[in-house]
Ligand binder design. Sequence first.
Ligand code: GP9
Ligand code: MN
Length: 627
Amino acid sequence: MKVNKWPGVSLIVMATILLWIKTYIVYKTSFDIEIDNTIQEFILLINPLSFLLFIFGLGLFMKKDRSRTRFILSSSFIISFILYGNVVFYRFFDDFLTLPVLFQTSNFSDLGTSAGEIIEWKDLFYFADVIILALIIKFKPNLFALKSYSKANRRAYFLVAIALVFFNLGLAETERPQLLTRTFDREILVKNIGTYNYHLYDIFLQSKSSAQRALADGSELADIDNYVRATHVQPNKEMFGIAKGKNLIVVSLESLQSFPINNTVNGEEVTPFLNDFIGESYYFENFYHQTQQGKTSDSEFIFDNSLYPLNRGAVFFTHAGNEYESMTETLAEKGYYTAAMHANNKSFWNRDIMYDSLGYERFYSLPDYEVTEENSVNWGMKDIPFFEQSVRHMKEMPQPFMTKLITLTNHYPFYLDEEDELIEPYTSNDGTVNRYFQTVRYMDEAIKEFIQDLKDSGIYEDSIIVMYGDHYGISENHNKAMSKYLGKEITPFVSTQLQRVPMIIHIPGQVGKTLSTVSGQIDIKPTIMHLLGIETKENIQFGSDMFSEQHEDFIVLRDGSFITKDYVYTDNKCWDKETEQTTDMNYCEPYKDRAEKELQYSDKVIYGDLLRFYEKNKFRDEERKEE
Ligand code: GP9
Ligand code: MN
C-alpha cells in the first residue's frame, strides 16, 4: 500500500486547488473585470489562494477523519455558495455584494420577481468542484486517511499561507497604492485582493462602523447643535431666493486648482473661456477644497451635506448607510428632479449606494453614455462628448432639475490624444506638471462647448450654474516643477494656498463679480440653498452663505490646517499671508481650538450616525421652553 506522507493534507490541497481554479474561471466568465496588464492578470490569478489555504487549513487541527472531511466539504460548499451569490447579484446589479446591500432588502424586491430569469439549471456547474470532491470522498476515502502530523507541518503550512497574503498585498499595493485605506471601488478591490478577502474586509469595515454607531445615543447632538447655532451667520438677504425655481447645474471640475485661472503657459492663456466666464459670474478666489483620501467623492460629500469628510478612507464607502440631510434630498422634496451624471463605473467610490442615501433620483453612469475607444482617453470618456451627451439627457429631464456633472479628463496622469492638445506643454523635468496645463486647457474648451450647448438648447437662461474644483491635481511630489512655474519656493504656506480651487456661480441676469472672502466646499450647500430660496438654519452644517456680509474668513482643511483673513496655520506653524513667512503663533492660537472642534464634531456626526436622532426644531423648542 502506498504511504501518504501528508495524510489529510491531500484533501485540503485538492479542495483548495479545485476551488481556486473555479474562482479564477468564474472571474473570467461571470464578472466583467477589466485587466490592463500581465501583473494585474497575475494578481487576479493568485488572489483567491491565500484565503482558501487559510480556511481549508483549519482542517489540519481536526483529529478525526470524519469531522475533517465534513468540514472541508461544507466549507467548500459555503464558499462556492458565496461565490455563486456574487455571480447572481452581478448578473442583476453589475456589482459585487456588500454587507449593507445584503441588508438593504429593497434591492431584492426587484430581484425576487425575476429570480427565475437569472438563476439557470446550468448554474449547477458553479458547484462542480464540490460535487467532484464529494464523489472522491465517497469512493476513494482511503486517499485521505488520517495520521497525526506535527506542529511543525502545520506551522510550515500556515507560513506559506501568510507569505502568500503579503505577496498578494505587496503586488496589489504597487498596482494600486493605498488600496485598503482608500477603498476606491469594489471591482478594484476584488481584482487586487480577491473576492473572498474582499468580503472579509467588507465585514471588518461594517462591524467597525456598526460598533461606533451602536454606542451613540443622540445625546452628543446637543453640544454640536449649540456650536452650529453659535457660529451661524445670517445669509445675505438680497441674494436669498434670487434663483428660486431655476434649474441647478453643478459641474465638478476634476483636479482643477485655482492657479491656472487667469494664468499663462508659454505665453498662452490656460483657461481662456473660464477667464471670460468668470467675468460674468460670481467668482470666489479664496475658495479651498477640503477633501482627503476620498478625493472626488469627498468633495461630493461636502457639497451635499456641509459636513467634513473623514480623515481616513472615503466616507462614501464607510458610511453610506447613514442618515443624511443632503441638499439633493431637500431639493427633491421641493419638487426638483435630481440626477448625478458621470461616465464611469457606477460603483466607483460606491456612488451607486451613496447616491441612494443622499436621495438622488437618477444616476446617469457608464451605461447611459455611448463610450467608444475614439471618445475615450486616460480614465475614460472625454469631457467634450461627456458634456454633449449629458446635455442630451438634460433635455429629457423634467424641470426644475438639479444635476451634478462630474468631469474626468483632467485626471492624473493627465493624458490626452494629440488632437485634443490645444496648447504646448509646460517645459520642466516633470511630465505630470507639463501635461497638466494641456489637460486643463482641454477642460476649458469642454466647458466652453458645454455652455454653448446649454444656450442652444434653451436651458441656460433658466439655470444657475455652479462649478468648482474637486481637489488638487498637482500633489506635493511635484514641488520642484511647481516652484519653477510659480517662481518661488513651495513652502508649507504656498502648498496650503495651492489648495485653492475655482468656485464659480453663474446666475442668469446677474452681472457677477470676484469675491475674496475666505471660503470652502463646506459653504457650497448653504450658499446654493439660499440662492434657491431655501432656509438652512435648522440644519446641522458647518458652512455658511458665502455671499453673507457676516461670512467669516475662516476655513478648516481636513488635515487640520486652517486659513483666516490674514493667517495660515499649517505644518504646526503660523504664517503671515502678507509676508508669506512664519509668524508668532499667537495670531493663529485663537482659531486652533475651533478648527479642532469643528472637525471633531463633524466626525462625531458621521461615526455615530447622529442625524438619525436629529429632529428639526427639537433643540430650539427646548431653548424656547427655558426662556
Ligand atoms: C472617478 C473620478 C475620479 O469616478 O471621480 O476620482 P478621483 O481619483 O479624482 O477621486
Ligand atoms: Mn477627482
